[in-house]
Design a binder for this molecule. Structure first.
Ligand code: 9UX
Length: 70
């Protein structure tokens, strides 16, 4: 079984932003897939187990963007 969660990331304006966010979140333990919609900022993450929000927030921060409050 896997878990799919959707987050909103603000500040992304080009495909390289998307790549940076995708890369950082992909490094989190258990993450299988990351899908980013640039226009909406929607980030869909599929993982083996639920991710801690703090982990996701830290990864987005590391990429240089911001996780919107749920
Ligand atoms: Mo594109 Mo994103 O030139 O911070 S990488 S705007």
């Amino acid at each position: 079984m896997s878990v799919t969660s959707t987050y909103t990331v603000t500040g992304m304006t080009c495909a390289h932003c998307v790549q940076a966010v995708t890369s950082e979140i992909s490094e989190l333990p258990g993450v299988d897939a990351v899908q980013v919609d640039l226009a909406s900022g929607a980030v869909t993450v599929t993982s083996a187990a639920p991710l801690a929000a703090d982990e996701v927030r830290a990864a987005v921060d590391e990429a240089g963007y911001e996780l919107a409050d749920a």
